[in-house]
Design a binder for this molecule. Structure first.
Ligand SMILES: Cc1cc2nc3c(=O)[nH]c(=O)nc-3n(C[C@H](O)[C@H](O)[C@H](O)COP(=O)(O)OP(=O)(O)OC[C@H]3O[C@@H](n4cnc5c(N)ncnc54)[C@H](O)[C@@H]3O)c2cc1C
Length: 483
């Protein structure tokens, strides 16, 4: 060993203290496994806490307050335009993330999970090197390792006139947008996925004229169109422009603005914006980890290959979260973290969930779980779809927000609930009932006989199920009558 090196041994080492990593470490320690957590950032929490889920939702909450105050004039409440103090808003957001990071540190301490700050690199299937900021190195022997190194924004060097401009202060990714350094007068968002639309909603509420460019012919590619439509209609009123089937083929920061070149019908050939957010997807962090020194296998997209136990091709190493595949969502990472800890503790556990919910936290929110109509079509699966419009929901009317819909997707022969899709305020909270129904193998009757509190938006799940059952009953009667 050389000067500045320390050696340690542990049962389990977890690389990355994002939602996957810290969940795995805490659960493993709870189950009596000696665990060390390694994180290269100064604080635990990962992308989710510092550059993703939490700061974006904090800012979306602020945006919702602004929009709610504005729309209240429709029922006689007239508020003045808010005075937005960006520094205070930024500090509040930082306060939220700091408090949560402290919470994770506290839990690690109480369960005796040591956090080592530094960057991990596999030397072999049994040993890691951790490079720390002060040039010291920790060599760590382990029985098992969990790779939870997450993901980072995709960068497209070919977009930039000069690739050095990828670090321009006017062209940023979601992490840059969440830093909220200023509110540009005009902002282009490249990519109509959930991150682009969430961030666009924040900046539009704060006062930016937002333009979105999406390469495919609709926002939120892949999501059922009937769920996207109310959101797309709303965004037409809050965003300056939405260009679909359109590509940005060039970006040039001229020192005061960003000159953008578009390719697509309906969009100008060029336009200038004060800032550009590039939100075109994320890439797994599977490079520079020394995985070539292990038996871990990676696919052509850079995702670590895992099985239903999250085990990699190297029997000592597991992988969870964004680095291990789609969907790149925090709750998938957390569940996988629990599973691996339990597998290592000898429990019968597997990542075999039927429903991984997805939520787009825009106004209105969109949430879905289980099978979607699009997926059923692709798979040639026969499904029944029952939809309940929120214009018939008492609670939605009292919230002055009746634009919404709840749909339940079911198997027509057994009435098994296969999927649920919701668009409307708080869809992200409401989807939990759908997740439970799909996960537990509930049938439409279960959702109908369950008493839902009145008046709440949750009743819409019951109402949609009732529509499905009534339709099946009518069909049965029709068939009986024709016999
Ligand atoms: C703007 C935005 C909004 C999002 N909103 C949501 C949302 O609302 N809901 C949702 O479910 N998901 C959301 N996500 C996705 C979510 O953030 C990720 O799915 C989640 O963070 C993945 O967790 P993870 O544990 O796999 O990795 P990460 O959270 O990426 O954490 C990985 C950690 O590993 C560390 N690390 C990497 N390599 C090393 C190394 N060699 N040594 C030591 N440490 C290392 C990194 O520093 C990082 O802290 C959002 C993402 C973004 C960008």
């Amino acid at each position: 060993m050389v000067v500045g090196e320390m050696a340690q041994e542990t049962d389990l080492v977890v690389i990355g203290a994002g939602p996957g990593g810290y969940t795995a470490a805490l659960r493993a320690a709870e189950l009596g496994i000696k665990t060390i957590l390694i994180e290269s950032r100064p604080k635990p929490g990962g992308v989710c806490l510092h550059e993703g889920c939490i700061p974006s939702k904090a800012l979306l909450h602020a945006a919702e307050m602004i929009n709610t105050a504005r729309s209240a004039s429709s029922f006689g409440l007239h508020f003045a335009e808010p005075e937005i103090k960006i520094e205070e808003l930024r500090n509040w957001k930082l306060g939220v993330t700091d408090k949560l990071a402290q919470g994770i540190e506290g839990m690690c301490k109480s369960r005796q999970v040591d956090i080592i700050n530094g960057t991990a690199h596999f030397e072999s299937s049994k040993e890691l090197r951790v490079d720390r900021e002060n040039d010291s190195t920790v060599r760590l022997k382990f029985k098992h390792a969990i790779l939870a190194s997450g993901s980072r924004p995709t960068r497209i060097p070919a977009l930039y006139k000069d690739p050095k401009q990828m670090d321009s202060a006017r062209i940023f990714d979601s992490s840059g947008a969440l830093r909220l350094e200023r509110v540009p007068k005009t902002m282009l968002i490249v990519g109509g996925g959930y991150i682009g639309l969430e961030m666009g909603s924040v900046y539009a509420a704060l006062g930016s004229a937002v333009t979105v460019v999406e390469m495919t012919d609709g926002l939120l590619p892949g999501v059922d169109r009937d769920l996207v439509k109310p959101l797309a209609n709303h965004l037409k009123t809050t965003f300056k422009d939405i260009f679909l089937s359109c590509k940005v083929s060039g970006l040039n920061d001229n020192g005061t603005e960003v000159e953008c070149v578009f390719e697509g019908a309906g969009a100008p050939t060029t336009a200038k914006f004060e800032a550009v957010l590039v939100a075109v997807g994320r890439r797994p962090n599977s490079e520079n980890l020394g995985l070539e020194n292990t038996g871990v296998e990676i696919d052509k997209h850079g995702f670590v290959q895992i099985d239903h136990l999250c085990a990699t091709a190297d029997k000592r190493i597991y992988a969870i979260g964004d680095v291990s595949g789609q969907p790149m969502l925090a709750h998938r990472a957390m569940r996988q973290g629990q599973v691996v800890a339990e597998v290592l503790a000898g429990h019968k556990s597997a990542f075999d969930n039927r429903a991984i919910p997805a939520v787009v936290f825009t106004e209105p929110e969109i949430a879905w779980c289980g099978i979607t109509e699009n997926e059923a079509k692709e798979q040639g699966k026969t499904i029944g779809v029952a939809k309940f419009p929120w214009s018939a929901s008492g609670r939605a009317m009292t919230l002055a927000d009746p634009v919404g819909q709840t749909k339940v997707i079911y198997a027509p022969d057994s009435t098994l609930v296969l999927g649920v899709g919701i668009v409307g305020p708080r869809a992200g909270e409401l989807i939990a009932e759908g997740v439970l129904a799909v996960e537990n193998g509930n049938v439409l009757e279960d959702l109908v006989v369950t008493i839902h509190p009145h008046p709440t938006l949750s009743e819409t799940v019951m109402e949609a199920s009732m529509i499905g059952l009534s339709r099946l009953e009518r069909q049965r009667q029709k068939e009986k009558a024709s016999m």
